[in-house]
Write a protein that binds this ligand. Structure first.
Ligand code: FAD
Ligand code: SF4
Ligand code: SF4
Length: 482
């Protein structure tokens, strides 16, 4: 029985219940509760089933959104899951942490004057339901293939390419320098955005499906890229971008100034039950401290909201542009403000104050000048506008660049772009080394989970063609020699 769609006319947009900020400040649970079935079906039925769905065009993995919305509205959730999982390896994760306001939902053209369909929340609901009902299965190939692929990095990019290749029957080995699977999903993104059990159940599926993990193995130190190329028929580099940008102002060498990833990793490890000496002795714990975070991206948002939950006395976010020009998701800013974070827009640090440890930050106010070559207005300090704020923990969240992989991997022939990302042929995802592919942040620069998933899917298809072509060539050579 078909469902009535186009309910946007009579039914307002409604997200799942949002937990009260006072509660959120005290625990690490996610912001939104789960959708109840009727609410998900009703919200899905608001979709007007556009002939040209702009939501889908602006979804990096081209999710077939109108179809799974209609199936959800009709209560046909298993089919909705089949369609949703056909284009996305981690729909429940994207449903939680994609910046939907900039992607699918921001481009939902339901009708002028009406709020978008809650696409992300429905996507999350479909796959959470699928997990609860046992519909999500490990990748099980129809037949095994003898060829193997080595994947460097167990983040969302590496996990996706591994799942896709395993489904095709390849022997897949993932190498990661961390002790857990998930990359930034596990040690970067905090629990209140993405609970760790959600990541863990994806890792478990890969293990059940026969993907081999080699954890605590750093490529370039414990094994070389050259060895991996010998060992495997193809290699995928999915190492992310971890070189933290820094700032150079007087006093930056004082104590209690940290990079965002050090701070977030300590907090995430603590939540996972690890012993973290630098947290346990109070150094990386924001409790009862005045915290200042510098930066305006997703990482800065995660730092300020982590500090709130750790019981900081005050939390300020210093950003040199204004609210509409910040790179982080607007939704995250709203959550942070509700939780008590103070945003100090149009300000940047001029000096860090203190004797041995940081005691304050002297900041200067900024005027946004004419646009530069990138189209963004240039921040210009306003003379004489300096002011000071208290700080006994300063966190730098200024973004990430790729590490120098040709040097780390001792492979000078591995070509990079002028931004330090790996140079690839976007048609095949292959680097300058034959049989070595690259995906995710190491080719895009710090980006999004959904783009790493898209790259993983594209690389798997390309590797399948590459290995198939090589196998056909070997067969032809053998026949010619016989
Ligand atoms: P990563 O997730 O970085 O994984 C790379 C893996 O490679 C890691 O496990 C690392 O240990 C391993 N590795 C690196 N070098 C080696 C080596 N030499 N040998 C072996 N292993 C190695 N995106 C969103 O879409 N939504 C968000 O809300 C969001 N929030 C974010 C918050 C923070 C704090 C950060 C830092 C990023 C956030 N992102 C978000 C971005 C997103 O996490 C990344 O774009 C995504 O994880 C990139 O995936 P990846 O697989 O390319 O790399
Ligand atoms: Fe939207 Fe991300 Fe889901 Fe695509 S994957 S539909 S962009 S939430
Ligand atoms: Fe439905 Fe909005 Fe997508 Fe149109 S753009 S198909 S209304 S979700």
């Amino acid at each position: 029985m078909g469902a009535d769609m186009l309910k946007f006319v009579t039914l307002a947009q409604k997200h799942p219940e949002k937990r009260a900020p006072a509660l959120r400040r005290r625990d690490w649970g996610e912001v939104y509760d789960d959708f109840r079935h009727e609410a998900a079906a009703d919200q899905a039925a608001r979709c007007s089933q556009c002939g040209v769905p702009f939501c889908q065009i602006h979804c990096p993995v081209s999710n077939n959104i109108p179809d799974w919305l209609m199936l959800t509205a009709e209560g046909r959730l298993e089919e909705a899951y089949e369609i949703s999982s056909a284009t996305n390896n981690m729909p429940e994760i994207c449903g939680r942490i994609c910046p939907q306001d900039r992607l699918c939902e921001g481009n939902c053209v339901i009708e002028k004057g009406f709020s978008s369909v809650t696409i992300g929340a429905v996507e999350r609901y479909i796959t959470d339901t699928a997990f609860n009902n046992g519909w999500v299965q490990p990748p099980r190939p129809r037949a095994e293939r003898p060829q193997s692929v080595g994947v460097v990095g167990a983040g969302p990019g590496g996990m996706t390419v591994a799942e896709e290749l395993r489904r095709l029957g390849y022997q897949v080995h993932i190498y990661d320098r961390y002790d857990r699977v998930g990359g930034l999903l596990i040690y970067g993104i905090p629990n209140f955005k993405l609970e760790k059990s959600i990541v863990q159940r994806r890792a478990d599926l890969l293990i059940d499906g026969g993907v081999s993990f080699h954890l605590n193995v750093e490529v370039g130190r414990d094994v070389s890229l050259a060895e991996l190329r010998e060992r495997h028929d193809a290699v995928v580099i999915a190492t992310g971008a971890y070189k933290a940008r820094d700032m150079s102002v007087p006093g930056i060498g004082l104590g209690n100034i940290f990079q965002a990833m050090d701070y977030l990793t300590a907090s995430n490890r603590k939540g996972l039950g690890d012993a973290v000496p630098a947290f346990d002795d109070g150094t990386l714990d924001a409790r009862r401290k005045d915290v200042v975070v510098v930066g305006g991206g997703d990482t800065a948002m995660d730092c300020v909201r982590t500090a709130v939950r750790q019981g900081a006395r005050s939390v300020r976010c210093l950003y040199r542009r204004d609210r509409i020009n910040m790179p982080g998701s607007m939704q995250e800013v709203r959550h942070a403000e509700e939780e008590g974070v103070e945003f100090v827009w149009l300000s940047q640090p001029e000096a860090v104050l203190g004797d041995s440890d940081v005691e304050g930050v002297r900041a200067v106010r900024i005027h946004l000048g004419v646009a530069d070559a990138s189209g963004r207005q240039t921040p210009q300090p306003i003379p004489g506008s300096s002011y000071s704020i208290d700080a006994d923990l300063l966190i730098k969240a200024l973004g990430f660049d790729p590490e120098d992989l040709p040097a780390l991997f001792d492979e000078p022939a591995l070509k990079t772009t002028r931004w330090g990302t790996l140079l690839i042929d976007w048609g095949t995802m292959m680097t300058s080394l034959d049989g070595v592919f690259a995906i995710g942040d190491i080719v895009r620069g710090a980006s999004l989970v959904v783009w790493a998933i898209k790259d993983g899917r594209d690389a798997a298809a390309s590797i399948h063609r590459y290995i198939g072509a090589n196998a056909a060539e070997s067969d032809a050579l053998r026949e010619a020699a016989a």
